[in-house]
Structures are given as structure tokens and as C-alpha cells.
Design a protein around this ligand. Structure first.
Ligand code: ASP
Length: 416
């Protein structure tokens, strides 16, 4: 049986078993052990993979001015799709108004799930800092420390510099560098393939534990918000991004099929960073060259988060509605801008956007405890938005590869 089918079955089984077993300590313990083992195995690949893929890509792009061209396309794609996703969240939440129940702000009915302190403690260290902080983090005072702290932007920046200068070495030395980094990248991809053989087990454990602990009942009071976000995320994933794929003359359905392993892994791990090794495999199977995927994917997993940006905007508006606050046009504009900027700084780890949401809330004058309102649904929506984040990265990679003339469209797929 194909791996993605095995993972899909594991996912369904986990939802059923997690729901039936409930939070029985033996199940939580066992699921926690297996899930953590799988997650660790993926995480251990992140640093060598980002550095290896990025340096390998930059050296292959070489000393030509191709880097600038691919770079601009990447930035343009990231910015427009993220902005589009935010506007989608804005429109849907304004239309559905999930924070208003029977004409009244829903805040009192929902009750705050947590005090400000508890919320802040939960979200501590999730990296939603301001834009200046993001730029500062890009240049690490200590590279080893940055790697240990999973500071992706710092690793990307260093790898860019390393690749740029390695490509400009005298030919003999440059060739040695090129072969070394190509080999390292290939080894990482192979280890990923091996780790992924255990994915059905890992996915079962991770999702089973979440369902057992959160339960579906947590959704009830927030059902409208939950579905509004789900609809917005689905429009982004199943209409907007596929349209872009179509626009460059490729088959969106085939693209979706090839992306399934990465989407399922993102859904199960809630972490675009941990999914990165799998994302690389999908890009490779889609026919994207190492030089494009090595450049676009690590950047994408770190700064391009369609789902997260959409969610941040939706959550901030929902909380405002629940508090009975009518946001002015200017305030909505601030929400959109901050969602765009903070989604760049949010780390690709579970629940990372909670801090960013707190930042947005305080910017428009709402109490930070508002984050407590959405905690109950955050875990499950995290799974969904992370899948959209990863799909946005993969779609961008495929589009840029196509624009670079790398992927041949099947004859029947060429748009005329
Ligand atoms: N979990 C998300 C990711 O890794 C980030 C977030 O929105 O919390 O992409």
C-alpha cells in the first residue's frame, strides 16, 4: 500500500481510537513516547537539511544573476499569496461574524478559558516578536547557538552567504564544495525517506494523543469560528493556490496528489519546520530541481505562512467581535499589516501564532487574555493551518520551478 494511504488510515484510526480511549494515562503515555520519537527524528534533520539544501542550491545557481531573479519571484509569490490569505480571513470573519451570537458579543457566553498569565506562559518563547526583532535574529552572534535554538532565519542567512561566496571560489575549490553539499543534501533526503516509513505509527500517536486530550467536545462553543476558519483555509488551499498552479499551465490535481505526504505530515505534526524534510521529497517527485527547492522551501517554511496569517487575522477579528468591539477601517488595516509582518516572524512550530495574535490584540487595544477564547480550538486549527502553510510553500516552489522552465506540463495541461 502507498505510504500516503497508510498515513491517511493511521490518521482516521487515531481519531477513532483517541475519541474512544479518552485521556487514559497509559494511552497518553504510549502515544506521547511514540509521537515524540517520530517528531524528534524529523526535527533532527532540520538543521543539516536547511543548511545543506540552501548552500547546495545557491552554489548550483552559481555566480550568475539567476539568484536575484529567483529571489524576486519567491518574494513576490510569498507576499501576494499571504496577503490574499489574510484578506480572505478578513472577509469571511466579517461576513460570518462568529463572535456575535443572537446579536450579542459572545465573550460572556464563552467565558475566558485562561487568565492572561496562563496564556502568556503557554505561548512563551513562540517567537512572534516584532519586525525589528526578526531582522536582528537574522544575523546571529553565534551560529552554533542559533542552530541549537532552531533559529531558522539565522541559518538561512548564513547559508545564503556561504553559498554565495563558495560559488565564487577558484574553480577547483568551488567544485569540491559543490560535490560535498550535493552529497550531504542527498543523504538527508534518504534519511528522511527512511524516517517516513515510520510515519503511519508516528501520525497515529501524535493525532491520537491530541484527540484523546482535546476531545471533540472542546469545539462546541466555538463551532462557528472553527468552521469559518476552516472554510477560509479550504478556499485558500483548494481554490486560490490550485488556480495559481493552473495559471502556469500545470495540473492542480496532480500537484495536490503529489503534495499529500507533506500535507498529512504537516497536519499531524502541526509544524512546518518538522515537515520540511517531507516537503523536499514532494518537490523532488514533482520534478523541481534542487536549486529551486533548496532555495524556496527553507525560506518558505520559515517566512511564508498562508494559513497562519489567515488565522491570525481571523482570530483577532473574532476576539474583537466577542468583546463587542467594532474595529474601524484603520484598525482592520493594522490587523492585516501586522498579520502579514508577524507571520514572517512566527516559527514553524506548534501553536506559534498565539504570540503573534497577542501582539495584534494589544496593537488594536484589546486585552491579551482574549487569546484564551480561542485556546480550545487552537490545537486542531493549528493542524489545518500548518497544512495550508506547507501547501503554500510547495505550490510556490512548483510555480517558480515552472517559471524557470523546469517542469514540463503534460500536453493536455498546457493552457492556451
Ligand atoms: N504551527 C504553525 C506552523 O508550523 C505555525 C502556527 O501558526 O502556529 O506552520
Amino acid at each position: 500500500m502507498k505510504l500516503h494511504w497508510q498515513i491517511a488510515i493511521a490518521l482516521l484510526a487515531a481519531m477513532a481510537v483517541g475519541g474512544i480511549v479518552g485521556d487514559a494515562p497509559w494511552f497518553i503515555k504510549l502515544a506521547d513516547f511514540i509521537g515524540t520519537l517520530f517528531l524528534n527524528a524529523l526535527r533532527m534533520l532540520i538543521v543539516p537539511l536547511i543548511v545543506g539544501a540552501m548552500i547546495h542550491a545557491i552554489i548550483s545557481i552559481g555566480a550568475s544573476n539567476e539568484l536575484g531573479r529567483i529571489g524576486w519571484k519567491t518574494v513576490l509569490y510569498f507576499a501576494t499569496t499571504t496577503l490574499g490569505a489574510i484578506v480572505l480571513g478578513l472577509v469571511i470573519i466579517n461576513a460570518v461574524q462568529p463572535g456575535i451570537v443572537d446579536g450579542q458579543p459572545a465573550g460572556a457566553r464563552l467565558g475566558l478559558d485562561a487568565s492572561a498569565d496562563a496564556v502568556l506562559e503557554k505561548v512563551q518563547g513562540r517567537d512572534g516578536r516584532d519586525f525589528v526583532g526578526v531582522v536582528l535574529r537574522m544575523v546571529p552572534p553565534n551560529l552554533v547557538q542559533a542552530a541549537a535554538d532552531n533559529e531558522m532565519l539565522a541559518l538561512i542567512f548564513f547559508s545564503l552567504l556561504f553559498g554565495y561566496f563558495a560559488a565564487r571560489l577558484p574553480r577547483e575549490l568551488a567544485e569540491v564544495q559543490q560535490r560535498f553539499w550535493a552529497g550531504l543534501y542527498e543523504v538527508m533526503i534518504r534519511i528522511t525517506g527512511w524516517v517516513m516509513r515510520f510515519a503511519p505509527l508516528g501520525v497515529f500517536a501524535l493525532v491520537g494523543k491530541t484527540v484523546a486530550q482535546t476531545g471533540w467536545s472542546a469545539l462546541h462553543p466555538l463551532l462557528v469560528f472553527f468552521f469559518a476558519v476552516l472554510v477560509a483555509l479550504s478556499i485558500q488551499a483548494f481554490i486560490v493556490l490550485p488556480l495559481l498552479v493552473r495559471l502556469v499551465g500545470l495540473d492542480p490535481l496532480r500537484h495536490l496528489k503529489l503534495s499529500v505526504p507533506a500535507l498529512l505530515t504537516a497536519f499531524s505534526t502541526s509544524s512546518s519546520a518538522a515537515t520540511l524534510p517531507v516537503t523536499f521529497g514532494c518537490a523532488q517527485r514533482a520534478g523541481v530541481s534542487d536549486r529551486v527547492s533548496g532555495f524556496v522551501l527553507p525560506l518558505g517554511a520559515t517566512v511564508n505562512m498562508n494559513g497562519t496569517a489567515l488565522y491570525e487575522c481571523a482570530a483577532a477579528l473574532f476576539i474583537a467581535q466577542a468583546y463587542g468591539l467594532e474595529l474601524s477601517f484603520i484598525s482592520q488595516f493594522v490587523v492585516v499589516t501586522l498579520a502579514l509582518l508577524t507571520s514572517v516572524g512566527v516559527a514553524g512550530i506548534p501553536s506559534a501564532s498565539l504570540v503573534a495574535i497577542a501582539v495584534i490584540l494589544s496593537a488594536v487595544g484589546l486585552p491579551m487574555e482574549g487569546v484564551g477564547l480561542i485556546l480550545a480550538v487552537d490545537r486542531i486549527l493549528d493542524m489545518c493551518r500548518t497544512a495550508v502553510n506547507v501547501f503554500g510553500d510547495l505550490t510556490g516552489t512548483v510555480i517558480i520551478a515552472r517559471l524557470e522552465g523546469e517542469i514540463e506540463a503534460p500536453a493536455s495541461d498546457v493552457t492556451r
